[in-house]
Design a protein around this ligand. Structure first.
Ligand code: ADP
Ligand code: ZN
Ligand code: ZN
Length: 821
């Protein structure tokens, strides 16, 4: 029999697959996409994925055997493997890094060091007390983890002690792999087979006459089972539920089980709450919507992706529901992608109402175990028909994917920054469309310039929905000059008299208000008024942000925090002053201006937990709050009935950002937040505060003129060689030492120039030049659209390898970001 080898993907950042030999026992069943355990490096065990099987022995090294195979069926499909390979090639990372990001950790076995007690060891009393305590503990245990040992010894780090004991041969260590995912089980009760008749039950009641607690428990059981008839038919009741209904009854329950009246068993239950199917009919479409739907389908028939440009509230979501339903009826699957922040309960509830338990949700706020369940569900026979998910849902194992919807396609959060793969889910969706032969629909009220350009140049089909459902009017946009108000000393904190006036009137009419404050540049920080000193992070080159509720300064890049300074660390003056205004400050100012109003703040701080987010939205929906103030989050896909006024506190901070996308983002943000005004009953108003009312972007927003905005921007992009005309690749060069990173970056740029010529820009020190103790340099490549990034990768990698091969630069790290945002 010929030898057999398997190429394995391992979760390591080395740019290759690893070849292992396949032992005889696994040969007939081993398949691509199964997980295996192999040893890696000196001793380490790792779980990896079979990527290919062949008979070609590697030339350079002796192969080690696969140790065990974990799955009888593939957990990753061939389509997924191909897609992951594409991602590694295009986004310039390793397949191992993609695998690491793609598979929920519950499906990756974790290697774990375990410590065992040597029973032959004779402890002598001259060992330290801690060591004796540990040995005593271990002698009663089969095995234990380092973590448990730390608890027993009371040491933060027991490694030193363990090392000593290993040397004495009192302990030995072993490495094992264990899975993080464990199915959830629940104890359930049913009537014992011997008493499953009404007569038998009567006898039981008689026998329990003098055991009132047991009798009460049995009665409750019958009730929870839905009556005697159902109980006799074997209906199950959860143990936890039953005991919750009768106080102090665990003993009584044990008695009932012991007497063979009830049977207790364990069964596997889902962590995903499956509600009863509440399926509502889809809405019938308006004429305009029906036309748009037909145009979308025509686009699909041409084999092209479709860009649905529909103003807010035009009914895009209704169209998605119609399309998904058709796909389901054909027994196929749909993927509905939303940016992280827009995945609120609002859309979940709306889709659940239509698709019931055919809908699966994949979200970063889900626990890892829940993700594993979704993954396994998709591999099973009765898999979900629709997945509503965030960007990482592109990694899921679809088997019949025929429709991909990317809602709010312009959103930045479809792009992953760190770690690799630095992918954009919208662009990955395009590739999935090709591989799965699935149709791709992008939807938004404010298309990205890239997508609109693709539509204009016939790569995509453009479908427009220009009016809101039932002819609701677009809001009136009032531009207010803050500079003038300042000159006349009329500003009250950050509010112009006009905005205060609109707010007063809206509150009088019992209407709701949303205030938007751009996050950027407005994080509150401390400054010494005597010498100008600003507290900076020790590890990063940024000022620290003041957090009121914990009274600490926090670095938003690395998380480092220090207690608030009351005196200046440079000149010892006590005159430290809070600068910048976060949403917190605005919330306080509003409370001072409108003492009677209910105000809530929605930003990173208040919405860190899923509950926090839902509570705020829930209270606002129910009208318990009058004013919602927030950052970017309030612009995203929320649909409130009673909001008549939207205030944009400061448009300039967005516009003045030194980034070629600043105008695009500003336009999107302002148009999106304006869309929250006046959704149902009356025309809304948007008050836009700016120091530069004549700014072209402000004018485009005011006139709701997307195409004018597009024409102007796209001309600039072409002139200055930016996307979509050129493809950008950012290289970040990192090292702990500033001179080293500068030298390495200069040398790298020179190598790159020899290959790519004037397409190489930099190196340049980025505005934040140090993060987590690493100094940074950036190099930018501008490649022609037609250039293959995969080919560029090889050329680029050559240059990088030459840098790293130079001994002083061995520990220089170079990170590539393809199509950065
Ligand atoms: P978009 O996704 O474009 O913002 P939605 O689909 O959320 O728009 O529609 C806005 C509102 O109008 C929703 O409350 C939706 O239920 C309602 N709506 C849209 N189209 C219809 C329709 N054809 N029949 C009934 N209600 C509709
Ligand atoms: Zn000072
Ligand atoms: Zn920091």
């Amino acid at each position: 029999m010929p030898q057999m080898f398997a190429d394995i993907v391992l979760p390591v950042p080395l740019p290759k697959l690893f070849t292992y030999s396949v032992p005889e026992a696994f040969r007939s069943t081993l398949a691509k996409g199964q997980r295996v355990v192999v040893s890696f490096g000196k001793k380490k065990l790792m779980s990896g994925l079979v990527f290919g099987i062949h008979t070609q022995a590697p030339e350079a090294y002796e192969t080690k055997p696969i140790q065990s195979v974990l799955d009888s069926q593939a957990v990753v499909t061939e389509e997924q493997l191909a897609l992951w390979q594409w991602m590694a090639d295009y986004y310039q990372c390793t397949i191992g890094e993609v695998y690491k990001a793609a598979l929920p950790s519950g499906l990756k076995l974790e290697s774990e060091t375990r410590v065992f007690y040597n029973p032959d060891f004779e402890a002598s009393l001259d060992l330290p007390e801690r060591a004796l305590a540990l040995l005593d503990f271990l002698s009663h245990k089969k095995h234990t983890t380092i973590h448990q040992i730390n608890e027993v010894t009371g040491l933060k780090n027991s490694y030193g002690l363990i090392k000593d004991l290993i040397e004495l041969q009192a302990l030995f260590v072993n490495e094992q792999l264990s899975a993080a995912f464990r199915p959830k089980t629940e104890s359930v009760l049913s009537l014992h087979a011997e008493v499953r008749s009404e007569e038998a039950l009567k006898t039981v009641f008689d026998q329990l006459a003098r055991a009132p607690k047991q009798l009460q428990l049995l009665m409750t059981f019958l009730q929870q089972a839905g009556g005697v008839e159902k109980a006799v038919a074997g209906r199950l009741v959860g143990r936890t539920e039953l005991l919750a209904a009768v106080e102090g009854a665990p003993n009584a329950l044990n008695e009932l089980v012991r007497k063979h009246y009830l049977t207790q068993e364990k069964r596997e239950v889902s962590r995903l709450n499956l509600e009863d199917q509440v399926v509502i009919e889809k809405k019938s479409l308006s004429t305009e919507q029906a036309t748009a739907l037909q145009e979308v389908k025509n686009g699909f028939a041409e084999g092209k992706p479709v860009l649905l440009h529909g103003v807010t509230s035009s009914g895009k979501t209704e169209l998605y529901i119609h399309l998904i339903e058709e796909v389901i009826q054909k027994g196929q699957q749909a993927l509905y992608l939303l940016p992280e922040i827009a995945l609120t309960t609002q859309i979940t509830t709306r889709l659940k109402a239509h698709f019931g338990n055919d809908l699966g949700i994949y979200h970063s706020r889900f626990s890892d175990d829940e993700r594993v369940e979704v993954w396994n569900n998709l591999l099973s026979q009765k898999s979900y028909k629709v997945i509503l998910g965030v960007r990482s849902a592109v990694f899921l194992p679809f088997k019949h994917l025929k429709l991909i919807i990317v809602d709010e396609e312009h959103e930045n959060s479809f792009k992953q920054y760190d770690p690799a793969p630095r992918y954009h889910a919208r662009d990955v969706a395009m590739i999935m469309g090709k591989r799965y032969k699935a149709q791709v629909l992008l939807g938004t009220a404010t298309p990205s310039l890239e997508s609109y350009y693709n539509a204009k140049s016939n790569k995509f089909v453009l479908v427009q929905l220009a009016t809101r459902f039932e002819g609701m009017q677009m809001p009136e946009i009032v531009v207010v000059n803050t500079r003038e108000a300042q000159r006349r000393k009329m500003m009250q904190s950050h509010f112009t008299p006009q905005l205060v006036d609109y707010m007063t009137k809206a509150l009088e009419r019992k209407e709701q208000i949303i205030l938007f404050q751009n996050r950027r540049g407005f994080a509150p920080y401390l400054e010494c008024t005597a010498c100008g000193w600003i507290p900076k992070c020790q590890h990063c080159d940024v000022s620290m942000t003041y957090h009121k509720h914990i009274h600490h300064l926090v670095c938003h890049y690395c998380g480092y925090s220090v207690p608030n300074y009351t005196t200046c660390q440079a000149c010892e003056s006590p005159a430290m002053q809070l600068k910048g205004f976060g949403t917190q400050k605005i919330e306080e100012d509003i409370q001072a201006l409108f003492p009677g109003a209910g105000v809530a703040r929605m930003d990173y701080d208040t919405t860190r937990s899923k509950k926090g987010y839902e509570n705020i939205i829930g209270s606002f929906e129910q009208g318990k709050l009058d004013i919602l103030v927030g950052t970017q989050m309030v612009t995203k896909g929320l649909d409130f009935d009673r909001v008549s006024l939207v205030g944009i506190l400061n448009a300039d901070s967005m516009l003045n950002n030194p980034d070629f996308r600043a105008f695009e983002r500003s336009f999107q943000m302002m148009a999106q937040v304006s869309g929250r005004a006046g959704r149902k009953n009356r025309r809304g108003t948007v008050v836009l505060q700016t120091g530069d009312p004549e700014h072209p972007v402000i004018q485009f927003v005011r006139n709701n003129n997307f195409s004018g905005f597009y024409e102007q921007q796209i001309a600039e992009r072409e002139q200055f060689k930016y996307p979509p005309f050129y493809r950008l690749i950012h290289l970040t060069i990192k090292h702990k030492n500033r001179p080293t990173v500068n030298q390495a970056a200069n040398a790298l740029a020179a190598h790159l120039r020899a290959v790519f010529g004037s397409r190489v820009l930099g190196p340049q020190e980025p505005p934040v030049s140090k993060i987590q103790d690493h100094h940074l340099q950036k190099i930018m490549l501008k490649l022609e659209r037609t250039a293959s990034p995969v080919k560029a990768k090889d050329l680029m990698q050559d240059c990088i390898n030459r840098i790293i091969a130079h001994p002083p630069w061995r520990y220089v790290v170079v990170v590539a970001d393809v199509d950065p945002l």
